[in-house]
Design a protein around this ligand. Structure first.
Ligand SMILES: NC(=O)c1ccc[n+]([C@@H]2O[C@H](COP(=O)([O-])OP(=O)(O)OC[C@H]3O[C@@H](n4cnc5c(N)ncnc54)[C@H](OP(=O)(O)O)[C@@H]3O)[C@@H](O)[C@H]2O)c1
Length: 252
């Protein structure tokens, strides 16, 4: 069984390890043995364990799951040239990872919030010879999409990384609108959740414009509501949100 070495034992490491534990041997390298033991307990399989100080990455397949701000610090305590590093660190460039950790190959990955329920939309870019393995490993937490540049992964971060917050705003405000008209809060929340559940499946195979056309009859209820969203510049605001989030991603 091939070993995947996790550096870092936080939430993202646990989510990915959950998806990989049946097909790979899991090794966890962290700062505290107590936390690594707690990780093993949550994962519910036997893992290999090591502390970060002087840990030798030579020829390992590494899943790097620390915080972006930790790269320089861990570079001073880890040794050896990893075979490949898969990094989940937001906004951390391939160049920075190579410069600090000096692996043979590196792939940058960008999971999203839904990783914890194995439904992440994860984008990937980096050394092309690891494309297939990257898709297989990160496929453990949901869907993956390989992109051909870091510019594209920064744009995708604005879409899939920040997207849950944008959709949460829409979800909450639609439910608030229903409450404002007199629907009970728990009914509004239950109905909003059902709406998103069904929509999430429909949007997989139907173009958004066709979904809208399908429900918007002439002079009808949906057309009235839809017109209000256009009056509120929701379309322009969404495009602007991606613009601002992408610009921010390039400045981190
Ligand atoms: N959560 C998400 O939805 C999400 C989405 C996309 C990308 N990411 C990326 O995933 C990475 C991990 O996030 P997370 O949610 O798993 O965070 P987390 O649960 O806070 O885990 C962070 C890990 O980094 C370790 N760490 C912190 N400071 C360190 C230091 N100075 N030296 C060495 N190790 C240190 C922590 O060690 P201790 O346990 O010892 O404190 C812990 O194992 C981040 O880089 C983030 O950008 C997360």
């Amino acid at each position: 069984m091939k070993t995947i070495t996790f550096i870092g034992n936080g939430n993202m490491a646990l989510s990915i390890a959950q998806g990989l534990k049946d097909s790979y041997k899991i090794e966890v390298v962290g700062r505290s043995m107590d936390k690594i033991n707690a990780f093993e307990e949550k994962l519910d399989v036997k893992i290999d364990k090591a502390l970060m100080d002087n840990y030798n990455m030579a020829d390992k397949t590494v899943m790097l799951c620390v915080k972006p701000a930790n790269v320089e610090e861990i570079a001073t305590i880890l040794t050896g040239k990893a075979k490949v590093i898969y990094s989940v660190l937001a906004g951390t460039s391939l160049a920075k990872l190579k410069e600090n950790l000096n692996p043979h190959a590196v792939v940058r990955t960008m999971p999203n919030l839904a990783a914890s329920i194995q439904k992440s939309m994860t984008t990937l870019t980096g050394d092309i010879e690891y494309k297939e393995e990257a898709q297989k490993l990160l496929g453990a937490i949901g869907e993956t999409r390989w992109l051909s540049s870091e510019k594209e992964i920064d744009i995708a971060t604005a879409l899939a990384g920040s997207g849950p917050a944008y959709l949460a705003l829409i979800a909450e405000s639609l439910a608030d609108g229903a409450v404002k008209q007199g629907l009970k809060r728990d009914d509004a929340m239950a109905i909003m959740r059902g709406l998103f559940g069904g929509f999430g499946e429909l949007i997989q195979n139907i173009h958004p414009a066709l979904l809208k056309d399908g429900v918007m009859s002439p002079g009808g209820t949906t057309a009235a509501g839809y017109g209000a969203l256009e009056d509120g510049n929701v379309r322009a605001s969404c495009m602007n949100a991606i613009d601002k989030a992408y610009t921010k991603a390039t400045q981190l």
